[in-house]
Design a protein around this ligand. Sequence first.
Ligand code: CMX
Length: 433
Amino acid sequence: MSLKETFQSKIDPMRNKVRSIVKEYGDQKISDVTVTQAYGGMRGVKCIVTETSALDPFEGIRFRGYNIPQLKEKLPKAPGGEEPLPEGLFYLLLTGDLPTEDNVKEITEEWKKRGELPDYLVKILDAIPADTHPMTQFSAAIVSLQKDSVFSQQYREGISKMEYWDPMYEDVMNLLAKLPRIAAYIYRKSYRNGDHIAADPELDWGGNMAHMLGVTDDPAFTELMRLYLVLHSDHEGGNVSAHTTHLVGSALSDAYYSLAAGMNGLAGPLHGLANQEVLRWVMHLMDELGGVPTKEQLTKYCWDTLNSGQVIPGYGHAVLRQTDPRYMAQRDFSLKHLPDDEIFKAVSALYEVVPPILEEQGKAKNPWPNVDAHSGVILLHYGMKEYDFYTVCFGVSRALGVLSSLIWDRVLGLAIERPKTVTTDWVEEQVKK
Ligand code: CMX
């Protein structure tokens, strides 16, 4: 069965399951909301349903029930490769089933067919000043492609609500196919004098992204890109990029509008942009202290950051209360491929120094590193020294998760989001009752 047929076979059982849960238990509570949560970013309020992944504060992320070591073991790899292929993860996120090698090949081929960038998009990208932040270019490219949205066209033609998922699926496949090329185009345009590299028809989606970026010929970078694109894909539905994509999609905005909105959220320094902030902060530290710093020097540097009212980038998390397993996966990769890298050594030393400092400061609920604390050092090791580009890599990966969810949103006919807001006067009146 093709990916689309497999996916289609999941639709009726899931629709029936959700319908019967809502019908039978619709009035049962699954969460309460406190005043702190209303003012504090809705932390912990259970009010969105996302099927693709779930985050445990201590164990970390599970994609359709599988943790990262299990993914690394069970997802198909490229010939001779050791890291999982992102196409396989997409299959898993979308269908809930582990893919075979053939399932993965089908997606690779499908994305190759759909991957060409239209001329108008190339012109738009060329017209954006090269010193515009890469995330702005990335978001602009995604929303520019909206003119080709199959969903928007079929909606105008009056398609039935039960069929919405089908054009959404087509849009998602078209968009995902193009993202590595868009990313590479932005990179080469902004940092390599517009000297672009054509896609290699022999390569998979992640392998091609590594190839078109053209930072190195080292095959380890190709493997890194595959792993990176798997690790950053999904982190359940409440994080800013996932929630924004879902929220905008709930107005029946198509995949292009929805993903561009999600990417604008990912571009915030408390979310995905933290990966560039980490490297900027670490490189400033290396420059200031000259070479690999001692623990005493690191301690002072961390306290200086905190005392000047800034956060330590790459540390803390809204849900996690342990070291992020995505950090550990990247650390394992580094121990294998770049154990002697000086910046990796500094990042490792920070892993020992920062948590006790954050604990002593007593503000952050989670003193441990998140995914962004580690990704930059590896990209830099292979020659990608332009920190501003890092969040684009995150964005290409995040699209796999949030767009799989968006298709499911259309299958389930999830309603337009419209929570109730209240005023502070109302809160005051309520709590004093
Ligand atoms: N350094 C310094 N202070 C921190 C901190 C850090 N790394 N993490 C949290 N804090 C502070 C918060 O700013 C907050 O301070 P105030 O009370 O003065 O507002 C306090 O500790 C409590 O925050 P929290 O409940 O522990 O954390 P939140 O859920 O509010 O925020 C996050 C989570 C990730 C935004 C925060 O930990 C942070 O700013 N970390 C640094 C930026 C970062 O690494 N972001 C990437 C997250 C992963 C991703 O989405 O990509």
